[in-house]
Each structure stands twice: as C-alpha cells, then as structure tokens.
Design a protein around this ligand. Structure first.
Ligand code: TEU
Ligand code: CA
Length: 538
C-alpha cells in the first residue's frame, strides 16, 4: 500500500446514532452500520470515520467518554465493533475512530478518583484551581466548575460533564498512548482527533481581554511537543492516517501540525468556513481557500468538508434547500471534490438531506444549543427569540436520522427515534435516490469515480479565475499535461461566463455537470442557477 494512500481517499462520516437502528430502541447502532456497508461502499468511498461509540453517559453524544476500552451499549458490543471492522476491511475500505482525549466524562474512573480528594494520586490527571479566571467555555459561561467536596474548581473546555485532562502530566499522556494502541492493535486505520489543538493550556490561565473570543483555548505552547511525542510513541509505528480537528488555526499554524516534515499529524480540518460563515459568503470562502492552498500546498495536506455532525447541512447553510436543492447539493458536491484536499462526506449529504426547524426547544438534544438557550433566557431575554436565534446553527440540524425510505420514521427505526426524523423524509430518502439516475447520490458516486480515474483531482495544482466574481467560483487543476477547468455558479441567478483569452484556444471535454444540454460557446456560456461544470481542456 502506498505510504500516502490516504491522500487519494474519500472519507464518509458515520454518526452512528442517527444512521440506522436495528433493535428498535430508537438509537442507531453499529449493527445498522454493518447492514448498510454495501450502500456506503457503492458510493465508492475509501474510509469510514466513525463518531465516538465508547462507553459514555452521553451528555455530549459520546464526546464525554467514561471508558475508552468498551463500546457504549446503545451502539452494541465489542463483538459488534470487531465484526464491523472486519466487514469494512473485507469490503476494501478502512475505518478511522474518533480520538477524544482533550477531556473525559465526569463519570470516568480517573475523574471520580481525581475529585475524591486533593491528595488523591490521580488529582493531577485533571486541572484544578482555587482561582478561576474569566474564560468562557464552548458550552458554558465559565471554563471552571466548583467541586464542593474539595472546594476547588476543575477546568472544562466544553460542558461541565467534560473535565479536561491535564496533558502536562506524563502519566496522562501514557494512559492516552496506551488506549490508542488498544484500538490500533485491533486494526483500525487511524484517528480523527477531537479538538486536538486544545491539549496544551495557556500557562497560569491569565484572564482574557475578551472572554467571548475563546481562541485562548487552542494552539498553546507545548502542543507540538505533545503531538510529536504521540507520533514517536504511537503513530509512527502503524500504517494509519490521522486528521486533526483544529479550530482557531491559520494556514501558517496549521502547517505546524501537518507539515510533511513535522512528524505530528497527516492532515487537518480547519474551521474558518464552518465556525465563522453562518451563510454562504463567496468572497470569504474564496479568500479562505486561497490562503489554505498557498499555505499548505506542497508542504502539508488539507481536508475539505462543508458540513458534519456539528454543522448544519450544507444545502441549508450554504446552498438552497428548496427550489434548487438538488442542483445546489450537486454544485457543492463538485466544489468539495474539486478543491485541493481530502473530501469528507457527512452521512445523508449524498442524498441532499436538509437542516430542520422543530417547533420547541424540547425537540432538540444538542447540549451546546440547550446550554446557550438556558444561559440567554436566564439573562432575561425572550425565550422564543432566543430559541429562533439558535435554530440555524443548532448541531441537531445534522443529527436527524438518515432517511432511508418513505415508510414511518424514514425507515430509520421501528421504535421512537431519539431525535425526530425530518418530516421531508417522504420526498428525500435513499430509496428514492437509488431509483433516480439523476439523484444527488449518483452524482457523488460519479465524482468519486472521476477522482479514482484522474489523479489531477488529487494532486493537481489550483489556479483561480474570476477571483472577484460574486457568483462564479472557477479554477483550474493542473498536473503534468492534464488541465481541468471547474466553473461553478453558486447563486440563484443565471450568469454569462466569458472565458479568459488563454483558455479559449483549448477544446473542452465535459467531465461532469449537474445540468444536461449545456449552452456551450467557444469562449462564453450561460450558467444556470447552481450550475456546475468540470471540463478537461484538450
Ligand atoms: O467539536 C469541537 C468544535 O469545534 C465544535 O465545538 C464546533 O466548533 C462547534 O460545536 C460548532 O457548533 C468536537 C466534536 O466534533 C463535538 O461534537 C464535541 O461536542 C466537542 O468537540 C467536544 O468533544
Ligand atoms: Ca438501536
């Protein structure tokens, strides 16, 4: 297997609790993933990223782990997991797990011991202080929670139920390396590393100028020493790949995590799009892509995603989930697969699933949303106004169950679904997509096949056209003698495109498009709303 097999991979993210329920308890499970592996494989993807399925009290849907070496009963058993891994490999795919080691659950035995007394041997597995500072956490007004039993505060970057591990403690680091090897020795193919740039904390926890800008949580001195040690102690001994979830990072800092010479991680997700663009912003998106291409290309490898289990579904957030749902889903799929970097497909994206608007806060599960709702209402704000302000970016937009068919609950469960199924499952579902040759599903499949047959999509350089255009995103990808032209009309208007002089001399072979019968002139053509075209220049 080529050392850089992962650079050519397409990744499919499975949020198993919303994927398929096979025992009627209303939660998806690993058995459900096994039953749908042919569906996933049929897309042509190479790697499955499985969200956390370790033992957890589930305050943050598995991102609060109480036992790193066992499978949460909702998901199944270790036997189910091992069968899943075996099946994934037998179908020629790979499986990466979620590594969540910035924090544990408050119910992890380590924390139960650590909080039991100030002189407990595991006290320094976590971060304790009698001097809380003014930092906000991701999910709460303060990063500090008072523990009555010892009168000290513990640090948590996320929910109160997610105490941060103290990575300054070498025993903690060795515990993590040991649990990583436990899973790698089972044969998994790597890790997606949860907020891995938060492991090191600012020395002395100084008060922040502006505690609303929580970037003080990340990229602190010591982080690269930790990740290099992880590389030396664990990662370099396995043929795996690692993708770091790295919020608050610029391309220059990003390169310090994924530079080919750094011996830390293989690739990363930055969050300049998904944490800061609530809606589509062409100017900003182009600028981000430009910066990351010039920052990493030839030195490190980027990853591309337009939604995941934390971020609203792309047709709702960036596209058009009504009149042009299919066209815009395909347009963004083209963008995802034609940009430089590894494409990540979030379950349901391949059938153009949309975000959701439920009527009451009781219909929602996301701890981030519910904590913020409570915080704002307790400040005296109007509860309906607060609720409505949180809907667009609620993480539950992407956590509604996968819509398999038009039977009750979209075929997701025979029981009561843990999260209501999006009512549009009658029109938008896998069964319908598989029957429709023009569905979003087959378009994703075609893009993935193109990528397998044409390494210009993986290794080709990136040169922009129409940089300032507000509707048209266009660029070429070039590798050796191959040159492909991508033209996307990311708007609801028709747009006339006039090709630059240096490209009009080429003939063009249309490789993929989301419309049929193009109006195609030698140097100009009319792009319909959300029309995507990829040409091979001859
Ligand atoms: O998410 C970290 C992170 O960056 C998210 O908090 C994201 O920016 C935010 O949710 C946007 O709404 C990871 C996991 O993906 C997330 O599901 C967990 O809740 C979080 O870490 C804590 O483990
Ligand atoms: Ca189940």
């Amino acid at each position: 297997m080529k050392q850089t097999w992962w650079k050519e991979a397409v990744v499919y993210q499975v949020y198993w609790r919303s994927f398929l329920d096979t025992n009627g308890d209303g939660f998806g499970d690993l058995e459900g993933v096994i039953q749908k592996l042919d569906y996933i494989q049929n897309l042509g993807v190479d790697v499955i990223w499985l969200n956390p399925c370790y033992e957890s009290p589930d305050f943050d849907n598995g991102y609060d782990i109480s036992d790193y070496r066992s499978i949460m009963s909702k998901a199944g058993t270790m036997e189910t997991f091992e069968r899943l891994l075996e099946e994934v490999h037998s179908k020629g795919m790979k499986l990466i797990m979620d590594l969540v080691v910035n924090h544990t659950s408050e119910q992890h035995p380590w924390f139960i011991e650590s909080r039991s007394s100030k002189d407990n041997p595991k006290r320094d597995y976590y971060i304790w202080s009698d001097q809380p500072n003014n930092w906000r956490s991701y999910f709460t007004p303060s990063t500090w929670e008072l523990d009555e039993s010892t009168g000290e505060y513990y640090f948590h970057s996320f929910a109160v139920q997610q105490p941060d591990l103290n990575w300054k403690n070498p025993e903690v680091r060795q515990e993590v390396y040991s649990l990583m090897k436990f899973w790698l020795d089972k044969g998994i193919d790597g890790f997606r590393m949860d907020v891995i740039n938060l492991l090191a904390k600012q020395e002395g926890f100084p008060d922040a100028e502006n505690s609303e800008d929580i970037s003080y949580l990340g990229n602190n001195p010591g982080i690269h020493e930790y990740l290099h040690e992880m590389h030396e102690e664990v990662l370099k001994h396995y043929d795996i790949f690692t993708v770091g979830e790295i919020p608050f990072v610029t391309p220059e800092d990003g390169l310090l995590y994924v530079g080919e010479d750094r011996q830390e991680l293989h690739t990363l997700f930055h969050f300049e799009v998904c944490d800061y663009m609530a809606h589509w912003d062409m100017k900003r998106f182009k600028e981000i892509q430009r910066r990351w291409y010039h920052g990493l290309w030839g030195k490190g490898w980027n990853s591309q995603f337009l939604n995941n289990h934390d971020h609203t579904r792309l047709v709702t957030r960036f596209g058009n989930d009504t009149t042009y749902r299919v066209e815009s889903a395909k347009c963004f799929a083209t963008l995802l697969h034609m940009l430089p970097g590894m494409p990540y497909i979030y379950q349901g994206e391949e059938i153009g699933m949309t975000g959701v608007r439920y009527p009451s806060i009781e219909d929602y599960n996301d701890i981030a949303m519910k904590n913020r709702y409570k915080e704002e209402v307790e400040k005296g704000r109007n509860s309906q106004e607060v609720f409505e302000s949180l809907l667009h970016l609620s993480r539950d937009n992407s956590r509604t169950p996968v819509q398999w068919d038009d039977t009750e609950n979209g075929g997701f469960t025979s029981g009561a679904p843990w999260m209501k199924v999006n009512p549009n499952y009658k029109e938008i579902n896998v069964a319908q997509a598989l029957k429709d040759p023009d569905s979003v599903y087959y378009y994703y499949k075609q893009l993935i096949q193109l990528r397998k047959q044409n390494e210009v999509m993986v290794y080709g350089n990136f040169e922009e056209l129409f940089e300032d255009h507000q509707q048209i995103y266009s660029f070429t990808r070039g590798l050796k003698s191959e040159k492909w032209l991508v033209v996307l009309n990311i708007s609801e208007q028709q747009v006339q495109v006039h090709l630059p002089e240096n490209l009009t001399s080429f003939d063009r072979e249309l490789m993929i498009s989301n419309y049929n019968n193009q109006v195609d002139g030698k140097s100009k053509f009319l792009m319909k709303p959300y029309e995507a075209r990829v040409y091979r220049l001859i």
